[in-house]
Design a protein around this ligand. Structure first.
Ligand code: SF4
Ligand code: MG
Length: 329
């Protein structure tokens, strides 16, 4: 299978005054053509930072990115800003949790989509408007001609997210990065939006990276998933085997703490404790302070992400050997 995106050994640090904190380290993953990959974890685990780095949207003054981000044969980290400009919104698009913040409040919906089209395609304003109406219909917006004349505040949250998806899709991106696109929406609207994304994926063949804290969304949307914790990948698997048998204690915790529609759970068990702050990472396994299975070696040695079975890997001393430091006893 052809790889669309291949991220290798990503390390992201932020500099502030006289300190440097590491937000993400040793992160490697890939995305096949046409695939939907989930990146899952609680907030503060580095999911959004990782995806923003793919778009090179992190603040240049404070963020430093190391590693490789190979997209369609070119390393995005080595491209000049002018070359990136061609890729953003054209080959890679992004949708976020709160569309209100990414839509311009002073322009009508139609004008914003027209402009996105004209920015990336050679089209007149009139041609662009025709296409705008077409995409608005495509994302299930009723009375598209009327809605195009409205302002963002006049629409519901679900409608605004449809507009964002329309905007992301006008340029037929090869990759769509969706960062918690349904988190702010109620359950009914959430499933409508997920249905829409699935349908569009089928029609367009767009590859998707789905960033979410919700394993339910992963189950509905994704073929493969990477689980992130405290700036590292702790587990990678295809979705079927992940749900059949989650391996990392953090993944197991996420499954127990997230309501699943098709599963009756008596009681949701939140994972005790919190994601450690970037400025104070545990010296051993980063999940150790919250892990029921923590052993002595976990407190001093951070395990490596290692293959456990075909296509699966896990970062935990419970599975096999081989840490980042030797002599773990
Ligand atoms: Fe828990 Fe140890 Fe595995 Fe970390 S390495 S998840 S502390 S058992
Ligand atoms: Mg986030």
């Amino acid at each position: 299978q052809a790889k669309l995106l291949d991220v290798k050994d990503l390390k992201i640090t932020f500099r502030s005054q006289d300190t440097v904190v590491t937000a993400v380290t040793g992160v490697s993953f890939h995305l096949n053509q046409g695939e939907t990959l989930g990146i899952v974890g609680e907030s503060g685990c580095g999911k959004s930072v990782t995806s923003l780095s793919v778009m090179r949207l992190l603040p240049q003054a404070t963020a430093n990115i190391e590693g490789n981000i190979n997209f369609c044969g070119q390393d995005l980290l080595t491209l000049a800003e002018s070359e990136l400009y061609n890729i953003r919104g054209n080959q890679i698009s992004m949708i976020f949790q709160e569309p209100m913040t990414s839509l311009n409040p002073v322009y009508t919906i139609g004008k914003q989509i027209d402009e996105a089209i004209m920015l990336h395609r050679k089209m007149s304003a009139r041609e662009a408007r025709v296409l705008t109406i077409e995409v608005l219909k495509k994302v299930g917006i009723p009375r598209a001609e009327d809605i195009a004349k409205e302002y963002p505040y006049q629409l519901s949250g679900g409608m605004r997210q449809r507009v964002m998806i329309a905007m992301a899709l006008v340029c037929q991106p090869k990759l769509l990065i969706a960062d918690e696109p349904t988190t702010a929406l109620d359950v009914t609207i959430q499933s409508q939006i997920l249905n829409l994304l699935r349908q569009l994926r089928q029609e367009t063949g767009t590859s998707i990276i789905m960033i979410t804290h919700d394993l339910g969304v992963v189950a509905e949307m994704c073929e493969r998933v990477v689980v992130m914790y405290a700036g590292q990948i702790v587990e990678e698997a295809d979705v079927v085997s992940l749900f059949r048998q989650p391996k990392h204690p953090y993944t197991i915790g996420l499954m127990e703490s997230i309501p699943q529609l098709n599963k009756k759970v008596d009681r949701l068990v939140p994972i005790p404790g919190q994601v450690p702050p970037l400025t104070n990472m545990p010296p051993g396994c980063r999940f150790a302070p919250r892990c029921q299975h923590a052993m002595k070696q976990c407190l001093t040695n951070n395990p490596s992400l290692l293959p456990v079975t075909e296509g699966r890997s896990c970062r935990c001393w419970l599975y096999g050997k081989g840490g980042e430091t030797d002599g773990a006893k």
